[in-house]
Design a protein around this ligand. Structure first.
Ligand code: ATP
Length: 508
């Protein structure tokens, strides 16, 4: 799969040109002078997806798919060497140049992308992560599809439906719902990408990715925000890509015949102009970024391996890149969970989700009954977990204080009468988890008169169990609580400062 030769003997690493969730991409130079792009993933990163990317790229030879040159393993890093696209991704281009694209530029870009997608689909491959960030532009103004880390090689006509894969806002409804999906999922993502190219951002990019997934699944597809600003052909193109019914979605081949894309075919010169006009600006930007941030690349790579801060700087993984969740991961937990629950757990954004979900009734409106129930169960289990953490934090202090107060309140020690062994051993163990019962059990260990004032109500079940044991040394007084009193006499006023006292006396 990859060579164990030292890549540094063959390549010189230059500036950092991009980074994703796990990988960093550098400009590099082969000793023969050829400029290349080198994607490096530390072994702590998503090596599996890089291996997959290598596999797929090796099999692809197409003008609109980034060319693979080789891969290496060195010092815990996997290196993937590929064709260098000087313009970087279209999204880089838009950010660096602060430019918006014209409709004919968009059509020209999408024409090339569709040629690449058509090739992939004809070779039974699904990209699964089509987005502007994965569409690169080379110095000749040619578009190349990159980032095959989550691409799938299809053996059967339909993809493995158990896998939620891609970048949330670009995901098709069928992928989110974990229904069977096929190559047409790429067409949906292409529709979202078309909007991104026109508006700078894909729909739902302003909301949390997990909520975006809900919205995609439950709302009708979002077209262009201001349809009147764009031609009918472009609006039609976007609408046809974003058909919820997969069977109604056109193939790449069909879209290549659409009026909008045919126009794009005529406008290829626009892409050449685009790169020519902005190349200097892009170069300057990269160099200033490199000089400002990097003293030398080696230091950077070792930082990349160790620095947690850098990973955190891009927030949750779902927000900055591709996310892969496999069915096996979910099933290994013994249950099938909702996508968003899996996301929440995997991306450790539970609190964010809980806060956001609770404050947004609309979001709950969007859930179906089954989802509501599952979310409710999820919230319950989260709550229990948090309660138990809080208990762990406070209980030692509470117990210590209770002991101190108790020992001050009953200073005269009672004389020991019978040793512990005299407690009948045949009696069943108390299997009661409350603090009160622990106190009782502790007291049982001490051969002395026991009087415990418990400042809150004992669970009646606990008392029942104690009574059932019929231990002669213990007498249990009737329990009376404000709520019990109220139940027996609802009109009675209960002093709010009333404290329930339950006295448990030893008989020795
Ligand atoms: N061949 C290349 N030539 C020039 N720039 C590239 C090349 N490959 C990648 N880049 C730049 O590096 C960025 C990150 O690359 P890539 O998307 O492959 O990383 P990733 O970790 O797989 O990302 P993601 O988190 O989106 O999955 C790209 O957006 C692009 O700007």
């Amino acid at each position: 799969m990859y060579s164990n030769q030292d890549p540094e003997e063959q390549f010189e690493l230059n500036e950092l040109i991009g980074e994703g969730a796990y990988a960093k991409v550098y400009k590099g130079r082969h000793k023969n002078g050829q400029i290349v792009a080198i994607k490096i993933v530390p072994s702590t990163g998503e090596i599996q997806s890089l291996i997959k990317e290598i596999q797929i790229l090796k099999e692809c030879q197409h003008a609109h798919i980034v060319q693979y040159y080789g891969s290496f393993y060195k010092d815990g890093n996997l290196w993937l060497v590929m064709e260098y696209c000087v313009g970087g991704s279209i999204i880089d281009l838009l950010k660096i140049t602060q430019k918006t694209l014209t409709e004919s530029e968009i059509a020209a870009i999408l024409y090339h992308v569709l040629l690449g997608i058509e090739y992939l689909h004809a070779n039974k491959k699904i990209h699964r992560d089509i987005k502007a960030g994965n569409i690169l532009l080379d110095e000749k103004g040619t578009i190349k599809i990159a980032d095959f880390g989550v691409a799938a090689q299809l053996i059967y006509t339909n993809a493995d439906k158990g896998t939620v894969i891609g970048t949330p806002v670009y995901m098709s409804p069928e992928v989110i719902s974990k229904n069977r999906y096929n190559h047409l999922t790429d067409i949906w993502s292409l529709g979202v990408t078309a909007i991104e190219l026109a508006e700078g951002k894909p729909p739902y990019s302003h909301i949390h990715p997990v909520r975006a997934m809900f919205a995609i699944k439950n709302n009708p597809p979002q077209g262009l925000t201001n349809p009147e600003k764009w031609s009918k052909e472009f609006n039609d193109f976007v609408k046809s890509c974003l058909r919820v019914q997969v069977s109604e979605r056109p193939s790449a081949q069909q879209l290549l015949q659409s009026p909008f894309i045919k126009q794009g075919k005529q406008d290829q010169k626009k892409l050449v102009n685009l790169i020519e006009n902005f190349l200097n600006q892009i170069d300057e930007y990269r160099q200033s970024k490199t000089q400002g941030n990097l003293e030398n690349i080696q230091t950077l790579i070792s930082k990349q391996e160790n620095s947690e801060d850098e990973e955190q700087s891009c927030g949750t993984v779902v927000e900055c890149g591709t996310l892969v969740i496999k069915e096996e991961e979910v099933q290994s937990k013994g249950e099938k969970e909702l996508d968003f629950v899996t996301y929440a757990k995997k991306e450790k954004i539970i609190n964010e989700i809980i806060d956001e979900q609770l404050s947004d009734e609309q979001q709950m409106e969007n859930m179906n009954q089954d989802e509501r129930k599952k979310f409710l169960a999820f919230l319950h289990s989260q709550m229990e977990e948090e309660i138990s953490k809080v208990k762990q934090k406070y209980m030692p202090k509470i117990e210590m204080l209770t002991q101190k107060i108790k020992s001050n309140e009953s200073p005269e020690p009672t004389k020991p009468t019978k040793p512990l062994q005299q407690i009948p051993q045949t009696k069943p163990q108390l299997l009661i988890q409350t603090q009160q019962s622990q106190q009782v059990q502790q007291q049982l260990q001490q051969p002395q008169k026991i009087e415990v004032a418990v400042p809150f109500q004992v669970n009646p079940e606990v008392l029942q169990k104690l009574s059932n044991l019929k231990i002669p040394q213990i007498k249990i007084q009737n329990v009376s609580s404000p709520t019990a009193q109220l139940r027996s006499n609802p009109k009675q006023k209960v002093n709010p400062e009333y404290q329930v006292k339950q006295n448990i006396h030893s008989n020795y």
